[in-house]
Write a protein that binds this ligand. Structure first.
Ligand code: SAM
Length: 246
C-alpha cells in the first residue's frame, strides 16, 4: 500500500474512537501540555483567519472559534472529517477533506495563522506540507505546530523500568536514523516518520520561514497533582511546539 494510503487507513480506523475519547479540550496531553503552549505562541485569536491543519475530531478548531477566530479546517481521513463535522454542529467552521501535502483547494495568502497540532511527524513528505503552510499564509502570518520531540522520541526510544514496573529513565536511540517508524500498540499499528531537529529547522528555512519561538512543554504542579505520571515528564520532554513566521 502507498504510504499516504497506509497513514489514511490508520486514521480512518481510529476516527470514531478519537471522537468519543476527546473532551472539549482534547486528551490529557493536549489539556496539560500542548494546548497551553500552542495558545501562548499563537497569541490573540479574535478576528484572525486561522487554518487548522489538520483538525482530527476538531476540538482545537472549536476552541479557537470560541475565542473569536474565523476557522477553516481539514483532515485527510474522510471518517475523521465526518466525526469532526458531527462534533462541530452549531459552529461556523468549514471542514474540508484534503491532504496537507497538497492544499490546492486553498488559495495563496489566505490565513493569518496556520496551526498544526501533532500531525507533521505523520506525514511522509513533511517538506511539502510546510511549503503549503507557507503558501497559504499572508506575509507576516504565523505557523505554529507541535510534534513529538525529535530528540527524545526516536526509533526504539522508551522508558526503562525496574522490576516493579517503575519508570527509571527514558532511553534514546537511533537519533540520526531518519525515516519510517512502525510501533505496535493496543490501538493497532502506528506509522510515523522520524526526523532530526536540524531537519525540521532546515526544512522550515528552505520553505521561507523564520523560526520565532519554541516551547518544550513542562508539566505544571497542577498537572502532576491531577495525574501523578506527569512527574516522569520532568525527566524527558515528549513534545516541542514551534512558531515560525512567513
Ligand atoms: C494525531 S491526529 C491530530 C489531529 C488534531 N490536530 C489533534 O490534535 O487532535 C493526526 C491527524 O492527521 C491526519 N492526517 C494524517 N495524514 C494526513 C495528511 N497527509 N493530510 C491531512 N491529514 C492527515 C489524520 O487523519 C489524523 O486526524
Amino acid at each position: 500500500m502507498d504510504l499516504n494510503e497506509e497513514v489514511k487507513k490508520r486514521w480512518d480506523d481510529f476516527a470514531e474512537d478519537m471522537g468519543r475519547a476527546y473532551t472539549t479540550e482534547g486528551d490529557l496531553n493536549r489539556i496539560y501540555l500542548l494546548n497551553p503552549a500552542i495558545l501562548q505562541l499563537v497569541g490573540q485569536l479574535k478576528g484572525k483567519h486561522v487554518l487548522d491543519a489538520v483538525c482530527g475530531e476538531g476540538y482545537l478548531s472549536r476552541k479557537m472559534f470560541a475565542d473569536g477566530a474565523k476557522v477553516k479546517a481539514f483532515d485527510f481521513s474522510s471518517r475523521m472529517v465526518e466525526v469532526a463535522k458531527q462534533k462541530s454542529k452549531g459552529f461556523n467552521i468549514p471542514i474540508l477533506q484534503g491532504d496537507f501535502q497538497d492544499l490546492s483547494m486553498i488559495k495563496d495568502n489566505e490565513f493569518d495563522i496556520v496551526i498544526s497540532n501533532m500531525v507533521i511527524h505523520d506525514l511522509p513528505y513533511h517538506n511539502l506540507a510546510i511549503g503549503e503552510a507557507y503558501r497559504v499564509l499572508k506575509p507576516g502570518g504565523i505557523f505554529v505546530f507541535s510534534i513529538l520531540h525529535p530528540c527524545f522520541d526516536t526509533p526504539e526510544s522508551g522508558w526503562v523500568k525496574d522490576s516493579n514496573g517503575n519508570k527509571l529513565y527514558w532511553k534514546v536511540s537511533k537519533y540520526f536514523t531518519e525515516g519510517i517508524v512502525r510501533q505496535e500498540t493496543s490501538n493497532g499499528s502506528i506509522l510515523m516518520f522520524h526526523r532530526t531537529l536540524s531537519n525540521y529547522f532546515k526544512t522550515l528555512r528552505q520553505c521561507g520561514f523564520v523560526i520565532d519561538d519554541l516551547i518544550e512543554p513542562e508539566p505544571t504542579d497542577e498537572a502532576i497533582e491531577a495525574h501523578n505520571d506527569y512527574m516522569n515528564f520532568k525527566n524527558m520532554c515528549h513534545f516541542i511546539v514551534i512558531k515560525a513566521v512567513k
